[in-house]
Ligand binder design. Structure first.
Ligand SMILES: Cc1cc2nc3c(=O)[nH]c(=O)nc-3n(C[C@H](O)[C@H](O)[C@H](O)COP(=O)(O)O)c2cc1C
Length: 182
């Protein structure tokens, strides 16, 4: 049976390159992995006062329930001002609480960044790695930092750049090997 893997994508802008990266992974994943996206764009901003409410915001419930269908995760984020996007950080925080009922602990994660610069969002990816470590998540030791993100799509809006395809295919292979251990 294939493993269910939830993808969080740090940008849901209408022409988001990160969404295209996620679409590529979903379409090209090996048979052992079943990848699906979990939307994060409409999640209210996390506030710890929510943790004390008997009833959680509907979007929090929906988000946490969808994440619970997954055994492992992939976080994809553009770099925004030398950090992961606020949207993905907010989503990670929401799923880390209420205290003691977080979803992340012990679950494996792979990280992909994209950015306009040649560094490919390496700073954002490193910060996501630090966050994952704090959450006690095993992190795939492979750097998938996609640089010059504005150049990687073809006229149909699909990923066409050969080096990006090679990188994402390698990420999928390494990720498959990695999550087999958990
Ligand atoms: C608010 C903002 C901040 C950004 N900061 C950086 C940055 O620090 N480094 C960088 O290389 N690119 C930066 N970019 C460019 C984005 O990382 C790049 O365009 C990314 O691919 C956008 O992803 P998306 O199309 O999925 O939204 C920034 C873009 C925005 C909108």
């Amino acid at each position: 049976m294939s493993k269910k893997i939830a993808l969080l994508v740090g940008s849901e802008s209408k022409n988001s390159v990160s969404q295209k990266i996620a679409d590529y992974l979903i379409a090209n994943a090996p048979q052992s992995l079943q990848l699906f996206k979990v939307s994060i764009a409409k999640l209210p901003l996390y506030d710890r006062d929510f943790d004390e409410l008997a009833e959680q915001p509907t979007e929090y419930e929906r988000f946490r329930d969808e994440l619970k269908n997954a055994v492992s995760f992939i976080w994809i984020s553009p770099e925004h001002n030398a950090a992961p996007t606020a949207a993905i950080k907010n989503a990670i925080d929401i799923a880390s609480r209420p205290w003691g009922a977080g979803i992340w602990t012990g679950k494996a994660v792979g990280i992909i960044s994209s950015a306009a610069s040649r560094l490919g969002g390496a700073i954002a990816a490193d910060q996501l790695r630090t966050i994952a470590s704090l959450l006690e998540m095993p992190v795939l030791p492979f750097n998938a930092n996609i640089s010059e993100s504005h150049l990687i799509l073809n006229e149909e809006g699909k990923i066409s750049h050969p080096s990006v395809i090679r990188l994402l295919d390698k990420f999928l292979l390494k990720y498959e090997e990695f999550v087999a251990k958990f």
